[in-house]
Design a protein around this ligand. Structure first.
Ligand SMILES: NC(=O)c1ccc[n+]([C@@H]2O[C@H](COP(=O)([O-])OP(=O)(O)OC[C@H]3O[C@@H](n4cnc5c(N)ncnc54)[C@H](O)[C@@H]3O)[C@@H](O)[C@H]2O)c1
Length: 427
């Protein structure tokens, strides 16, 4: 059955949700408070980098099922279901800041049609359905939790081919109505109480962060004992109980979700009288990983970075997105500049200094330009394009012949043949 849907917040999650639900046959109005974003979307310009999203948005707009408006009330006034997809940044004490969610709920309260449903798609702590109910002050409106598991870079694919859909509500009819929105997908729908749905989201992210910190710790051991992490990953990942996914070593994890969500879960646990020491350790290992990579670069530059030029390939927190939020690349660059390095960075999605980037960072227009006169080259994001760059061309650009490949992306032998000293992670 086709529904009228309002999506409040048209960012990475909201835009993907809106475009995909329109693709599934629903009529969707996406709202934002960012006038520039809405103007671009109305002109058919997608403000983020996300594979397949532009086509889906264009199809939705052409079919008349997808539109964009300024402000939440404009979208919510004629909907059956309103999705809250607004930010939940980290608060001062580590907990999720619910103020955007509360504000959005307060805004739409007066205009929501009788017996509409409000869905929390933002990542929110346990008890947030109650927080939204309070903000709405609408006893006829049910609030349902429907956490989102998409990954930036493959968001459309993840939304349309999810491993599962989780719906949490104390009201069975509301839960079934939200679940039915996904009828067009062949996936498992898990219906729970709200607290379980909210816990599932944080537990999933915490587990994935744990896997990444675990493999980075094993990579550090590999370096010490002369083992090769790539072989170790194949060896342990072939065990079906473990699996190879999320076992790629790297510069440390980051992005718009794992850092804030892991801290929020520690706070949720604390409020429930449990000290989540395991997850605290996962964060410590991640901080150590950022330090270890910065230190590898320092050592590659001869031990002292003052006055040295470091070329960086990749700024986003992962390949396939333009998102710089909590990117490990930025955390490492900050460490390098503190030690006196001049950093020249190239990223295919970044051509000017954007909020979140250090002001003294030099943005290069190409991978070659970034390496000009550099002492060390550091690969910090796994953009596929970097794999095909000719080492001999880069050799002529650089002063030093040192590479720290924090993503184990490049072909070590090719670079060594071109005269480079190559260091990866865990090998
Ligand atoms: N980005 C991801 O990969 C991802 C994945 C799963 C879950 N989440 C969660 O989804 C939520 C949204 O994340 P995101 O990455 O899409 O954030 P985002 O910052 O990209 O987008 C949020 C949007 O909400 C808008 N907004 C804020 N207040 C508003 C209001 N009152 N009315 C209308 N629009 C408003 C902002 O202008 C912004 O465009 C967060 O809770 C996040 O943790 C994110």
């Amino acid at each position: 059955m086709s529904c009228r849907i309002a999506v409040i917040g048209t960012g990475y999650v909201g835009l993907t949700t809106g475009a995909c639900l329109a693709h599934l046959g629903h009529t969707v109005v996406c709202a934002d408070i960012d006038a520039d974003k809405i103007a671009k979307l109305r002109d058919g310009i997608i403000p983020i980098v996300e594979l397949g999203l532009a086509d889906l948005v264009a199809d939705g707009m052409a079919s008349g099922r997808l539109s964009f408006v300024m402000g939440s009330t404009e979208a919510a006034k004629n909907c059956d279901i309103a999705f809250l997809c607004v930010p939940t940044p980290q608060g001062e004490d580590g907990s999720a800041d619910l103020s955007y969610v509360q504000r959005a709920a307060e805004e739409i309260s007066a205009v929501l049609p009788f017996e509409a449903i409000v869905v929390n798609k933002s990542t929110v702590p346990v008890g947030s359905t109650k927080v939204v109910e309070k903000a709405l002050k609408r006893p006829d409106v049910k609030v349902v939790s429907n956490p989102e598991f998409l990954r930036e870079g493959s968001a459309v694919q993840d939304f349309l081919k999810p491993d599962r859909v989780v719906v949490g509500s104390d009201d069975q009819a509301a839960a079934m109505k939200v679940a039915s929105l996904y009828d067009g997908l062949s996936t498992r729908v898990i219906i729970t109480d709200p607290a379980s749905a909210e816990t599932i989201k944080y537990a999933a992210n915490a587990f994935l962060a744990t896997k990444l910190s675990f493999i980075n710790a094993i990579a550090a051991i590999c370096e010490g004992v002369g083992a090769d992490i790539n072989d170790v990953v194949v060896g342990i990942g072939s065990d079906k109980r473990i699996g190879e996914n999320f076992l790629r070593p790297g510069p440390g994890w980051g992005g718009s979700c794992f850092p804030k969500d892991s801290r929020a879960l520690i706070k949720i646990a604390e409020d429930a009288d449990y000290s989540f020491d395991l997850l605290k350790g996962v964060i410590t290992v991640n901080d150590q990983q950022l330090d270890r990579v910065a230190d590898k670069i320092r050592l590659a530059a001869g031990g002292d970075l003052s006055g040295k030029i470091v070329a960086v390939w990749g700024l986003t927190f992962k390949a396939g997105t333009d998102d710089l939020r909590d990117s490990p690349a930025i955390a490492i660059i900050e460490r390098l500049t503190k030690l006196g390095a001049r950093v020249q960075a190239y990223d295919p999605t970044v051509n000017v200094i954007r909020p979140g980037l250090p002001n003294d960072l030099v943005i290069a227009a190409s991978s070659d330009e970034a390496t000009s006169r550099a002492d060390v080259l550091a690969v910090l994001t796994e953009w596929d394009d970097f794999k095909w760059i000719s080492p001999s061309t880069i050799a002529t650009e650089m002063t030093g012949k040192q590479i720290v490949d924090a993503r184990n992306l490049l072909d070590r032998k090719d670079w060594e043949r071109a005269g480079f000293t190559y260091q990866g992670i865990g090998r």
